[in-house]
Structures are given as C-alpha cells and as structure tokens.
Design a protein around this ligand. Structure first.
Ligand code: DC
Length: 237
C-alpha cells in the first residue's frame, strides 16, 4: 500500500490555484480540497444566521451547531452546510466581501484547520489548496507549492471569469479589491498568507492555464519521485 500523500498549493487570490489544483488532481487521480470554499461557507453561515462578521464568538458557536461537510463524490467536490449544498452561493459578492474578516478570526481558523486535517486523514492522496496549507496546516506535506502572479495579472483573470459569467466589471476596482484582500490576508496574525519556508514556487504571470497545470504536474511527479513516495498515478516520474 502507498503511504498517504498530501500536496499543498498556497498563494494569493487570482493565481488560478483552484482551477489548476482541480485539473492537477484529475490528472494524478488525487482528491482535491478547496479550503477557501470552507472559509466562504462560514461567511455564508454568518450571513444567513444574521451574525455580525466581527462577532467571533457567535460565529464559532454557529459553527459548532452546524455541520460543514465536503462531498468528494462530485467533481469538483461540493460543500454543504447542514447537508444543504451551498457550492453555488459561496462565490456571491456578499460572501466575498466579508470572507477575509471571517478568516482572520482565531476561533474560525482553529475549527477549519482541525476539519482540514480530518479530511486529510480520510484521503490517501490529497491536493489541498488555500493560504496556509503548507505553512500551518500541513508543514510536513510531501510536496508544498506556492503559486503567485502579479496583481494586475490576477485582477485581469478575475475579470475574465466574471465576464464569462455575464457580469459587468470594472478592472481597476477588481485590482483594488485584490490588493486590499491580499493585504488583509497577509497582515493577520493567524495563518497569514505567506510562502511556506522551503516550498517550491511558480510565478503564473506569463503562463497559460494549461502551462501552469503542466508545470505543477512535472513538479509534483519529480518531488514524489525524489522523496521515493511514488504516487501510483501512472505517467512519467
Ligand atoms: O481562495 P478564496 O478566494 O476562495 O478564499 C477565500 C478567503 O478565505 C480569502 O480571503 C482567504 C481565506 N482563506 C484563508 O484564510 N485560508 C485558507 N486556507 C483559504 C482561504
């Protein structure tokens, strides 16, 4: 039997992390955990429970009452609050607006870090994507990757996504929002957004989506080969 493998992918918003991690997971036959979606689900829980986003204790109490689950039987996996699929709702603007504040709460992070480690314990091969996966949650992961891109490139990508969904966008506003969210994610005391010490990094600024996934696949296969873990995922080492 192969040893459990955890691959972490961290980086700021708009680097294409989620889509690239999802495609990589498909290629390698790994499961994929989108931890940003978990923070977004907690933000939605606060909104729906009419809890002020600054009220850490009330949010923690609501989390303790409400099961948050990830359904790995769908691709990509979906997220549920109290068995209700909220996958489509958690990308809405009201959630995006408060999620960084929600993610700065110690009581929220403690609970989600625990939940993420529980998920990893149940999956033999997991790619987990977020901000603190390689630095805080899985510092001993088999492979740790940091994805980054220039803010202007990230803003442009986010606008293309929104346009594809039929939304009207103001690119300079999206850029300002991305810079503000990065600053908030970098500045918080717990699980701040930063490159994990010793992680491999890829700058995706000049790369197409396919090139990012190719680069990730090459890197993961090489690291697994070097560490002699083997991924049992076919293809070249
Ligand atoms: O990747 P995303 O945009 O869906 O993440 C939503 C928010 O959650 C973002 O403000 C950063 C935060 N987050 C975090 O603090 N730690 C993680 N592991 C994942 C996301």
């Amino acid at each position: 039997m192969n040893l459990p493998i955890v691959v972490t992918i961290d980086g700021p918003a708009g680097t294409g992390k989620s889509s690239a991690a999802s495609e990589l997971a498909q290629r390698l036959g790994f499961d994929m955990l989108d931890t940003g979606a978990m923070y977004r689900a907690v933000a939605l829980l606060a909104i729906e429970s009419h809890i002020d986003a600054r009220d850490e204790r009330a949010i923690a109490a609501a989390m303790d009452r409400t099961p948050l689950t990830v359904d790995f039987s769908s691709r990509p996996p979906t997220i549920a609050l109290d068995s209700r699929d909220v996958h489509g709702r958690i990308r809405d603007a009201d959630v995006t607006q408060i999620v960084s504040l929600i993610a700065s709460h110690h009581e929220v992070r403690v609970r989600l870090v625990r939940a993420q480690r529980e998920v990893a314990a149940q999956h033999e091969r997991l790619i987990t994507e977020g901000r603190d996966q390689g630095s805080v949650v899985f510092p001993d992961a088999t492979v740790r990757i940091w994805l980054d891109a220039r803010p202007e490139v990230r803003a442009h990508r986010r606008c293309e996504e929104l346009r594809a969904r039929g939304e009207l966008v103001d690119e300079s506003r999206v850029l300002a929002e991305i810079i503000a969210r990065d600053a908030s994610d970098r500045g918080r005391s717990e699980g701040p957004l930063r490159k994990p010490v010793g992680a491999d990094s890829i700058d995706t600024s000049g790369l197409s989506f396919a090139a990012v996934v190719d680069e990730l696949e090459r890197l993961v296969r090489r690291r697994l080969h070097e560490t002699d873990v083997g991924c049992g995922c076919g293809g070249p080492a």
